[in-house]
Design a protein around this ligand. Structure first.
Ligand code: ADP
Ligand code: MG
Length: 388
């Protein structure tokens, strides 16, 4: 059975407007799992976390932790560890006393406090600064102390709300790597709220994507990347982001305009949007031809050398709507701006334009059947979910 269950959570802040900050949100986490709640600013992530923590009432729905309903239990009896983006450490107390504060309040014996604080400090790499005052610490060190306070009580659940977003790039990278190791060591069931898709991808086992308070997709990191359930997820996840080209499908043929077409697996009729990750496009060297059902033509607009890879921006030619696409990986010959190129499409998704739902993924070497089956099952769920 799932350890954490969110069952049709809804939050309406203002009864008059009836606007739903979170709308019928359901997802689960198994014990020890690291789940990222991902979505743009204002999509309801913090509201969801605050409902789990008990800082916000539910408008409707249920929350279960380890088989018990907790949404009716007072916040301090839910055994939840919380760390937010902004930390409020007590300036006059040492790091040690900041971490020990809640344990002392609960009258945990001194010997055990010493043991637990020392152990947590080791795990978080702050044993050297245990007797410093918060004023002397860097942003990264303060956030580590903040995390230590959340973890030291050995909570049944750890909730993190954008804990890295205050930090500068170097500290953020460092603490991100650390968080992964800390989770490996503590095995605490964790829900991380973030708007940063690369953070979610790097840290989580599973990603729950939210948009406008509604669930978009819930799946293992790889699935969400390789089989995005809809256009929103496709555009939100991946850096550089997915390319999109409009088309019209009839049967298994998608017309992109000007005699350009792609062949799909699943028959369909209507307006579609083709999604292609930059890494799934490759230049065809002059003189070689691509299968006619797998090629795009375009004009080179810019070339960005990024060191370990190169991105070439191309404006498609002959497509119904001119699309600017980005291609990862370097061509084997010098390219020039203004040059006409032929690009092979190695893997692409077909999204129904109206609903945004992914209806097909076409690739040379199909992913494992189980992946496809899982993705297709989810697609079915998305269909049900999108009817409201
Ligand atoms: P996120 O954390 O994903 O940025 P929030 O959960 O903070 O999003 O907010 C979701 C929606 O609920 C937003 O439209 C926000 O303006 C609204 N909201 C958040 N907190 C409150 C509140 N205390 N009162 C009224 N509306 C709120
Ligand atoms: Mg938030």
């Amino acid at each position: 059975m799932s350890y954490l269950i969110l069952d049709e959570l809804t939050k309406i802040y203002d009864a008059r407007s009836g606007e739903r900050a979170v709308s019928d949100l359901s997802f689960e986490a198994s014990k020890g799992e690291f789940v990222a709640l991902l979505g743009p600013s204002g999509c309801g992530k913090s509201t969801t976390l605050r409902m789990i923590a008990g800082l916000e009432d539910l408008s409707s729905g249920r929350i279960l932790l380890d088989g018990t309903e907790i949404h009716t239990v007072p916040p301090d009896r839910r055994h939840i560890g919380l760390a937010f983006e902004t930390y409020s450490l007590y300036p006059p107390l040492t790091v040690f006393e900041n971490i020990a504060y809640n344990l002392r309040a609960k009258r945990v014996p001194t010997k055990e406090i010493n043991h637990r604080v020392t152990e947590i400090a080791r795990i978080l790499g702050i044993d050297e600064i245990l007797y410093a005052k918060p004023g002397k610490l860097s942003g990264g060190q303060k956030q580590r102390v903040n995390l230590a306070r959340a973890i030291v009580r050995n909570p049944a659940l750890l909730l993190l709300d954008e804990p890295l977003s205050h930090l500068d790039t170097v500290e953020r990278r460092q603490l991100r790597r650390e968080l992964k190791r800390i989770h490996h060591e503590t095995r605490l069931t964790t829900v991380l709220v973030t708007h940063d898709q690369s953070e979610a991808m790097a840290l989580a086992d599973r990603i729950v994507v939210l948009h406008d308070g509604k669930l978009q997709q819930n799946g293992p990191v790889i699935d969400v990347y390789r089989f995005p359930a809809n256009l929103f997820v496709a555009a939100f996840i991946g850096e550089p982001s997915m390319n999109f080209v409009d088309g019209w499908q009839s049967g298994t043929r998608v017309d992109l305009g000007d005699s350009m077409a792609l062949t799909t697996n699943v028959a369909h009729k209507g307006d579609v949007t083709i999604g292609i990750r930059p890494d799934d496009l490759a230049f065809i060297s002059p003189g070689r031809s691509a299968g006619s059902d797998r090629a795009l033509r375009g004009i080179v607009k810019s070339i960005e050398y990024l060191g370990d890879e190169t991105h070439v921006v191309v404006e498609t030619v002959g497509t119904t709507s001119p699309s600017v696409i980005r291609i990862g990986g370097e061509p084997q010959w010098p390219l020039e701006i203004g040059e006409t190129v032929v690009i092979e499409v190695r893997r692409f998704h077909v999204f129904e334009r109206d609903t945004g739902i992914r209806i097909d993924t076409v690739e040379d070497n199909p992913s494992r059947v189980s992946d496809m089956a899982i993705a297709d099952k989810r697609k079915g769920k998305m269909r049900e979910g999108s009817d409201e």
